[in-house]
Design a protein around this ligand. Structure first.
Ligand code: FAD
Ligand code: FES
Length: 427
C-alpha cells in the first residue's frame, strides 16, 4: 500500500513538474514569438527608414554637387580594355566633389571635332560604380557598317579613341537617364549586358556588391567570343565576392582557343530560353542593355514568360543615327504613326525664319530640321538624353517611340517626335 502511495506521489510530482515546465516554456515561446514579431516589425521599419534616409541623402548629395550645362573634366587615365573598347577616367577640373549618380545613368559629352560644322554631342554610360572622385566611361570605337565598309567610322567614338588623351580637358553634362537601379531597395535582379551594353549594368553590379545586397543577383554578359570579352579578371573577382551574386559569361560564337568553364560559362545567346534553364524562376527585376537583336526580342520574350512589364527595365544605345528605325516605324504603321503617313503639315522654324512642308517620309522633326539646314542639338537620337529638347510655340506633336522621359508641356524631344498638325517650333 505504502509503495502504491509512493508511486502515485511520484507520478503527481512528475506531472506537476512537467506542467510547470510546460507553462514556463509555453509562456517563453509566446513571449519569444511576441518579441520576434515585434523585432521583425521594428527591423522592417528600420529598413524602411534607412531606405528613405539613404534615398534622401542621395538626392541631397546630388542636389548639392550637381551642375547645369557643361562642366570641364580632365582625362586622368585612358585605358584600352581590349575588344576595341577604351575606358576614360575623368576627374573634375575644378576639383570639387562629384554628385552621386544612379548606377545605369550616363554622361553627355560635347566634342569639338575638327571639320565638323557644329559641336558633336554623344552620350556614354558610367561604367564604374558611383561614390568615387572620378567618373569612368568605356567607349567602343564604332566601325563602318558591314554593308557600307567605305563609310567613315563612328564620329564621336573614333574621336575619343584617336584624339582624346590623358591630360585633355572635355565638356561633360551631369549624369542623367531613367535607366537605373534603385540601390536603396535591395530586390532580386537579373542584370544583362550584351557587348558594349555591359557598361550600365556593370555599374549596377559593382554598386550592389559594395552595398552588400543579400538578395539574389544574376549577371549575364553576352559577347561573341574571347576577343570581345573585356574586364575578364575583374568580373571573375566580383563573382567570387558573395554567394548570392552569380555571374554567367556567355559566348555566342566561341573561337577554338576559348575554353568553356575557364573563359566562358555558357555557349549561346543571352535570352529567355537560357534564363529558363539557368534561373530558378522568372521572379526578378530585369535590367538589360545590348545590341539591337537583343533589344528587339528580350522585352517581348520576357513578357511572354509572364514577367510583369514593370519588372523589365532597359536602355538601347543604338547608333546615334536611328533614322532607319524611325522610318521603318512610320512606314510600317507603328501605333499612332500609320494614320499620319498620307498627311503633310507645315513646320515653322521660328528662330531660323524658315517654313517647310513635313510629310511622314521626312522622319522625325530633328531629321526634317537637318534636311532644311536648321540646327537642333542632338545626342542619342533615341529620346533618351534630352539634348534635342525644343520649345513648341504653337501646335502639338506625337511621339514615334516613347521617350525615356517626356519633356514639359510646351516642348518636345525633336529626335523622336513628329508634328500632329501645323506647328511652330523654337529652332
Ligand atoms: C544613353 C546612352 C548611353 C550610351 N553608352 C555607351 C557606352 O557606354 N559605350 C559606348 O561605346 N557607347 C555608348 N552609347 C552609344 C554612343 O552614344 C554613340 O551612339 C556611339 O559611340 C556611336 O557614335 P559615333 O559618333 O561614334 O558614331 P556615328 O558617327 O553616329 O555613326 C554611327 C554609325 O554610322 C556610320 N556612318 C557614319 N557616317 C556614315 C555615312 N555617311 N554613311 C553610312 N554610314 C555612316 C558609322 O560608320 C557608324 O557605324 C550610348 C548611347 C546612349 C544613347
Ligand atoms: S537627341 Fe537625345 S533625346 Fe533627342
Amino acid at each position: 500500500m505504502g509503495e502504491i502511495i509512493q508511486l502515485v506521489a511520484l507520478v503527481v510530482l512528475v506531472a506537476s513538474l512537467a506542467y510547470v515546465l510546460l507553462l514556463i516554456f509555453g509562456n517563453f515561446r509566446i513571449q519569444n514569438a511576441t518579441v520576434v514579431s515585434a523585432e521583425a516589425e521594428s527591423q522592417f521599419f528600420r529598413t524602411q527608414i534607412a531606405e528613405i534616409m539613404d534615398r534622401r541623402q542621395i538626392i541631397k548629395a546630388q542636389d548639392e554637387t550637381s551642375w547645369q550645362g557643361f562642366r570641364k573634366f580632365k582625362v586622368e587615365r585612358k585605358f584600352p580594355e581590349g575588344g576595341g573598347i577604351c575606358s576614360f577616367y575623368l576627374h573634375p577640373h575644378d576639383d570639387r566633389p562629384l554628385p552621386f549618380f544612379e548606377p545605369g545613368q550616363y554622361l553627355t559629352f560635347k566634342l569639338d571635332i575638327p571639320d565638323q560644322k557644329k559641336q558633336t554631342i554623344r552620350c556614354y554610360s558610367l561604367s564604374d560604380q558611383p561614390l568615387s572622385d572620378y567618373y569612368r566611361v568605356s567607349i567602343k570605337k564604332i566601325p563602318p557598317p558591314k554593308d557600307n565598309p567605305d563609310a567613315p567610322p563612328g564620329l564621336g567614338s573614333s574621336f575619343f579613341h584617336d584624339n582624346i588623351n590623358e591630360g585633355d580637358i572635355i565638356d561633360v553634362k551631369a549624369p542623367a537617364g531613367q535607366f537605373f537601379l534603385d540601390v536603396t531597395k535591395p530586390h532580386p535582379v537579373v542584370l544583362i549586358g550584351g557587348g558594349i551594353g555591359l557598361t550600365p549594368v556593370l555599374s549596377m553590379l559593382k554598386e550592389v556588391i559594395t552595398r552588400e545586397w543579400r538578395t539574389e543577383v544574376w549577371f549575364f554578359y553576352g559577347v561573341s567570343n574571347g576577343g570581345e570579352h573585356i574586364m575578364k579578371d575583374h568580373l571573375k573577382e566580383l563573382a567570387e565576392k558573395f554567394d548570392n551574386v552569380k555571374v554567367r559569361i556567355v559566348y555566342s560564337r566561341p573561337k577554338d582557343e576559348d575554353v568553356e568553364g575557364a573563359d566562358y560559362d555558357i555557349k549561346g545567346r543571352v535570352g529567355v530560353e537560357m534564363f529558363k534553364e539557368v534561373l530558378p524562376s522568372s521572379n526578378y527585376h530585369y535590367y538589360f542593355c545590348g545590341p539591337p537583336p537583343m533589344m528587339n526580342s528580350l522585352f517581348e520574350d520576357l513578357r511572354e514568360w509572364n514577367v510583369p512589364e514593370d519588372h523589365i527595365h532597359y536602355e538601347a544605345f543604338g547608333p546615334a543615327t536611328v533614322k532607319k528605325k524611325q522610318e521603318a516605324d512610320v512606314s510600317s504603321g507603328a501605333e499612332g504613326a500609320g494614320e499620319k503617313s498620307a498627311e503633310g503639315f507645315t513646320i515653322n522654324f521660328a528662330k531660323s525664319n524658315k517654313t517647310a512642308e513635313w510629310t511622314s517620309a521626312a522622319g522625325s522633326i530633328l531629321d526634317f530640321a537637318e534636311e532644311n539646314d536648321v540646327d537642333i542639338d542632338f545626342g542619342c537620337r533615341a529620346g533618351n538624353c534630352g539634348t534635342c529638347i525644343t520649345a513648341v510655340k504653337d501646335g502639338d506633336v506625337d511621339y514615334l517611340t516613347e521617350p525615356g522621359e517626356r519633356p514639359e508641356a510646351g516642348s518636345c524631344l525633336a529626335c523622336v517626335s513628329i508634328p500632329k498638325g501645323n506647328i511652330t517650333i523654337d529652332a
